[in-house]
Design a protein around this ligand. Structure first.
Ligand code: GLY
Length: 377
C-alpha cells in the first residue's frame, strides 16, 4: 500500500483530534452505558433495554481505540465495563449466535491481546466454542441468527458472518487447536461459492436445507430485495474476505475481496454518499453511513494486503472517509453520536439515525491510517 501524502496525513491527524475532543465529554456523560443509537442527540443504553443486542461490543471497541489514541485510563475502564456487562449474554441462548465475534472481538479479544487476563480469555473462548457449535455439517455453513417470530432460520447463512470468523481464527491461534479455523475456512469456502455473484455483488442471505445442505435460494434480507445489493452486506464481504486471507494466506479470499471491492467502487454514486442498497430505485435518497464507514475500513484492510494495485482501494477509502467527515459527521460536542444518516435496513423504519458501529468503523479506519489502531481482527 502506498504511504499517505503529507496532506492526507495531516487530515487524518486533524480528524482524530476532532474525535478525541468530542469523545471525551461524550464518554464522561455516558459512563457505564452501552450505546446503540441516539434519541434527541443523547445515547440510549442497551445494557438496560437489550443486554443481548448484537451491537453491544462496539462501544467497547470505540473505547479501546480511544485508549490507544490518548492513553486516557477512563476509556480502558469503560471498555472493561462493557465487556463485563456482556457476561449475561453467556448465560442466554438468545444472547449467543453467529454475531459472537461482533461482541467479543472488540471487547474480550482486544483486551486479552494487551493484558493477557484470564477472564477475557474465558469469555472469548466460550463465545468461540458456541459459534463453532453453530456449524452445519451438511451444508458447511455457520447458521445465522436464532429463531424468533416463527421464522425457521435453521438453514440461513448471511454475508455478515464473514466478519465474525476472526473469532474462530483467533481461537485456533490461541489454543493451537485447528478445529476453529477448519470451521471458519469451511464457512468461507461456502460463502465464496454461494454468496458472490458473477458481477462481484453479494447476496445477503443464502438459504440451505438444514438436513441435506442443498442450496435452496437467496433472500434480499436487509437490502431492497432478492438479487439486490445491500450496501452494508457488500462492505461485510470486502472486509470479511480480506480478513480470511489475512488469517489463512489463501489467495482465493483476497481475490474475492478485490472482486467485491471492484463492484462496489463501480456502483458508488459520484457523491460518495452511500445508499442503503446500490440497486435501490434511483428516486430513493435513503442512505447508510455505516456502510460507507465499513467499506472504508474494509478497503484499507484490502489495500494493506496488496503490494501493487492498491491505490484505487486506498483512494476510495479516503474519499469515503472525507465525505463522511465533511457531510455526515456531527462534530457538535453536545451530540453523542458521530455519524448521521445511518440505516438498519431498507424496508424497516430504522432510517436517518445514528448507529454505534458506524462510529466504530469510522474511528477504526482513521486509526488504521494513522498506524495507531488496536487490531480487533
Ligand atoms: N449484522 C447485521 C447488520 O449488519 O445489520
Amino acid at each position: 500500500m502506498r504511504t499517505l501524502t503529507d496532506t492526507e496525513k495531516a487530515w487524518v491527524q486533524e480528524t482524530l483530534e476532532k474525535i478525541e475532543k468530542k469523545i471525551i465529554p461524550v464518554t464522561e456523560r455516558n459512563r457505564d452505558r452501552i450505546p446503540y443509537t441516539t434519541i434527541d442527540g443523547r445515547f440510549d443504553d442497551k445494557s438496560i433495554s437489550d443486554p443481548c443486542w448484537w451491537t453491544n461490543g462496539f462501544w467497547g471497541g470505540v473505547m479501546w481505540q480511544l485508549y490507544a489514541l490518548t492513553g486516557n485510563e477512563m476509556f480502558r475502564l469503560e471498555a472493561i465495563g462493557v465487556e463485563e456487562k456482556l457476561d449475561q449474554n453467556l448465560m442466554s441462548t438468545q444472547g449467543l449466535d453467529h454475531d459472537n465475534g461482533f461482541k467479543w472481538l472488540p471487547t474480550s479479544v482486544i483486551r486479552y491481546k494487551q493484558e493477557k487476563n484470564e477472564e477475557s480469555l474465558n469469555r472469548a473462548m466460550l463465545a468461540a466454542n458456541n459459534m463453532a457449535g453453530r456449524f452445519n455439517l451438511a451444508g458447511n455453513f455457520i447458521r445465522a441468527w436464532n429463531n424468533w417470530d416463527d421464522v425457521d432460520r435453521r438453514g440461513f447463512a448471511i454475508i455478515d458472518c464473514m466478519m465474525n470468523l476472526p473469532l474462530l481464527y483467533w481461537a485456533s491461534e490461541e489454543t493451537t487447536d485447528p478445529r476453529f479455523k477448519m470451521i471458519a475456512v469451511a464457512h468461507a469456502d461456502t460463502a465464496l461459492k454461494s454468496f458472490i455473484r458473477e458481477d462481484g455483488s453479494v447476496n445477503h442471505i443464502v438459504v440451505f436445507d438444514p438436513f441435506t445442505g442443498k442450496q435452496e435460494g437467496t433472500l434480499g434480507g436487509q437490502g431492497y430485495g432478492e438479487g439486490s445489493s445491500w450496501t452494508r452486506g457488500q462492505s461485510w464481504g470486502i472486509y470479511g474476505f480480506a480478513l480470511s486471507y489475512r488469517y489463512t494466506g489463501e489467495k482465493k479470499y483476497l481475490e474475492a475481496s478485490k472482486k467485491i471491492a471492484d463492484y462496489v467502487l463501480s456502483a458508488m454514486p459520484e457523491s460518495f454518499l452511500v445508499p442503503i442498497d446500490y440497486r435501490q430505485p434511483k428516486e430513493v435518497s435513503l442512505e447508510d453511513s455505516t456502510a460507507a464507514a465499513i467499506t472504508a475500513s474494509g478497503l484499507i484492510e484490502l489495500a494493506g494486503l496488496l503490494d501493487e494495485d492498491s491505490d484505487k482501494y486506498l483512494d476510495g477509502a479516503l474519499k469515503l472517509l472525507k465525505t463522511l467527515d465533511e457531510k455526515r459527521c456531527n462534530w457538535s460536542l453536545d451530540t453523542d453520536n458521530l455519524l448521521e444518516k445511518c440505516a438498519v435496513d431498507y424496508h424497516g423504519d430504522g432510517h436517518n439515525m445514528s448507529i454505534i458501529y458506524g462510529d466504530y468503523y469510522f474511528i477504526e479506519a482513521l486509526m488504521k491510517l494513522s498506524g495507531k489502531a488496536l487490531r480487533i481482527f
